[in-house]
Design a protein around this ligand. Structure first.
Ligand code: AMP
Length: 282
């Protein structure tokens, strides 16, 4: 496995691989890797000749300076996990490599309002930063396939829209959410939870499952309110519970009128903001 820090070196490597007819898979991450990331990486390696994982804590997608500062950085451990997963190349660039002076990387994109809902309401500028970094990384790596997790449902939906809008010749592959035995969705931010909060954060998945079980029993507004109540335990503060059309991410009024429905939530567990979702119908 090669660890590459410079764009020019990575591009040279990729040009060589493409000339040799190799297919390329790419998984962007912000590091502090866990089993969820490793599962994505393994699927990528299985489905492509060459698997590339990037590790870059992208400053432009953080809406809070403290979140950026406290984001865990564990490159040595990450590299060991990726080597075990048989990843070929780890790309770990500096801010200057990703955003060199003089290169315009901001985008004007029609995201059809996908970026305005849910996370967009609470994390201003987050998706502009996500699109900016993913577009830049796709320009650098020019992969055949891009691997992302369902864990960030709104994120992959927006990237799917960006790929279509910019006619980027890359296929998006979305992988299932990997969870702890307790049901808690794996997240790099889980390492910042206190032991007690980590135990009690299982309320999030339990509540999402409760919604799925009771989706035809209550009105949607009752379901959402009951879910907010369930997750309002001491130290926890749910920000939203949204039941949306999986394509448009618009709140739905009636379950029966849609083929693809997902429930998404964001919850503060102490100082740590956790997101999760489950598909109610597809
Ligand atoms: P991040 O490093 O948090 O930006 O995540 C990098 C990629 O891993 C994104 O596509 C995430 O959706 C995905 N990912 C994060 N957590 C999980 C998980 N628990 N299961 C599967 N994929 C995940």
């Amino acid at each position: 496995m090669k660890i590459i820090k410079k764009v020019a070196q990575l591009q040279k490597e990729i040009t060589k691989l493409k000339k040799a007819g190799k297919t390329i898979g790419f998984t962007p991450t912000m590091g502090a890797l866990h089993k969820g990331h490793v599962t994505l990486a393994k699927q990528m390696v299985k489905e492509n000749d060459i698997g590339i994982v990037s590790i870059f804590v992208n400053p432009t997608q953080f809406n809070e300076a403290s979140d950026l500062k406290n984001y865990p950085r564990t490159l040595k451990n990450d590299a060991a996990l990726l080597e075990k997963a048989k990843v070929h190349i780890v790309f770990a660039p500096s801010n200057e490599e990703v955003y060199p002076k003089g290169l315009k990387t901001t985008l004007k994109l029609d995201l059809k309002g996908l970026d305005k809902r849910m996370e967009g309401q609470f994390r201003k500028g987050h998706f502009a930063g996500v699109c900016q970094v993913v577009k830049r990384l796709l320009d650098i790596t020019t992969p055949d396939s891009l691997y992302m997790g369902q864990k960030d449902f709104q994120q992959f939906t927006i990237i799917d829209q960006m790929i279509a809008a910019l006619k980027i010749p890359t296929r998006l592959v979305v992988c299932d959410i990997v969870r702890e035995k307790s049901g808690l969705a794996m997240s790099s931010r889980n390492s910042r939870l206190t032991g007690d909060h980590k135990k009690r954060a299982t309320i999030i998945y339990e509540t999402l499952q409760w919604i799925k079980k009771n989706k035809n029993r209550y009105s949607l507004s009752d379901l959402k309110q009951k879910a907010l109540d369930k997750m309002s335990i001491p130290g926890f503060k749910p920000e939203y519970v949204s039941i949306v059309n999986g394509n448009t991410l618009k709140n739905i009024r009636k379950m029966g009128a849609h083929d693809y429905v997902v429930v998404c939530t964001a919850v503060w567990a102490g100082e740590v903001r956790l997101i999760d979702n489950i598909i109610l119908k597809k």
